[in-house]
Design a protein around this ligand. Structure first.
Ligand SMILES: NC(=O)c1ccc[n+]([C@@H]2O[C@H](COP(=O)([O-])OP(=O)(O)OC[C@H]3O[C@@H](n4cnc5c(N)ncnc54)[C@H](O)[C@@H]3O)[C@@H](O)[C@H]2O)c1
Length: 277
């Protein structure tokens, strides 16, 4: 079975990993795979970024140039603008941007561009994971349809999953390796293979029953954050009008022992909603 073949390759560190989009999400992820012994290739449209990586320089705060240099020297890490090499990858992870359109809908054109390249290079035995933030249904409605247009079949020829990205750039406590990863596949085999892949580089993997559940979990996380920020901003205005210190109000409210997490989220996301991560 294709799932067993992929899992064996991953376990034996023979799986070649490709990450599409080397930004705040993709570069730390690629580094983590290389650090853990996987042959790792980053795929970029921006030639300058690919050159920087191959020259051993990082352009992302959470990744040091010394780490990039060390890994490129081992020849386990490289970046390219040539998407033909996707064919050589056993696992492909999509980390391209999904900015909001003026209408506040996610612009999935970058996902579609990456998926076209995968489709062009799709071969039997690959597991593909989408990490970019998007609407529930993207993985099994859009990507699966595109990939099956090649004549190849899910589970028989390739596996497909969604795993939302949660990176918090600049956060010294939580980085790629210790942020729990939610993984949901278009089939059980897809979930199992993708969860196994991430379990090689991340401490905790939380498998869910479908790609849609994983996509909806990300939507809930982001909505929860947005609602907290909106509420905090409204409270700040109110406190200003009342001529009292907002932070003193928050510190007082935060002494309630439950639910601690929502208060912390409210504090940490203060005034910071500018993009859909
Ligand atoms: N940065 C965060 O804090 C964060 C957190 C959670 C989720 N996310 C989500 O993760 C995804 C990636 O975000 P990011 O912050 O890494 O974006 P980014 O803009 O930092 O990086 C994206 C990279 O993808 C490259 N790219 C664009 N189109 C491409 C293509 N077709 N093929 C190859 N490379 C391509 C760009 O050149 C860029 O280097 C987005 O969906 C975002 O919403 C981001």
């Amino acid at each position: 079975m294709i799932k067993d073949e992929i899992i064996k390759l991953i376990t034996e560190r023979r799986a070649r990993v490709g990450v599409i989009g080397l930004g705040y999400v993709g570069l730390p992820l690629l580094i983590e795979f290389a650090r853990n012994g996987f042959d790792s290739t980053g795929f970029e449209v921006d030639e300058t970024k690919a050159t920087e990586i191959n020259d051993g320089r990082s352009y992302i705060g959470d990744v040091s140039s010394s780490a990039v240099k060390e890994l490129t020297a081992t020849e386990r890490l490289r970046a390219t603008t040539n998407f033909d090499h996707l064919k050589d990858c056993d696992a492909i992870i999509i980390c391209v941007p999904t900015p909001l359109r003026k209408t506040k809908e996610p612009d999935v054109s970058y996902i579609l561009a990456a998926a076209e390249e995968i489709k062009r290079n799709l071969r039997r035995g690959q597991v593909i994971v989408l990490e970019s933030t998007t609407y529930p249904g993207t993985t099994d409605e859009v990507l699966l349809t595109m990939f099956e247009e090649t004549g190849m079949k899910l589970d028989t020829d390739f596996l497909l999953a969604f795993s939302p990205e949660r990176v918090d750039p600049g956060n010294p406590q939580f980085q790629t390796h210790n942020i729990p990863k939610v993984v949901g596949g278009c089939t059980d085999s897809s979930t199992e293979a993708a969860a196994h892949l991430y379990s090689q580089i991340v401490k905790e993997v939380f498998a869910v029953s479908s790609a849609r559940v994983a996509e909806a979990a990300k939507l809930l996380e982001n909505t929860f954050r947005a609602v907290n920020i909106g509420m905090a901003n409204e409270m700040a205005r109110l406190c200003y009008a009342l001529n009292i210190d907002t932070w003193e109000v928050i510190r007082a409210a935060a002494t309630k022992p439950w639910p601690k997490r929502s208060t912390r989220v409210c504090l940490s996301t203060w005034f910071s909603l500018s993009r859909m991560d």
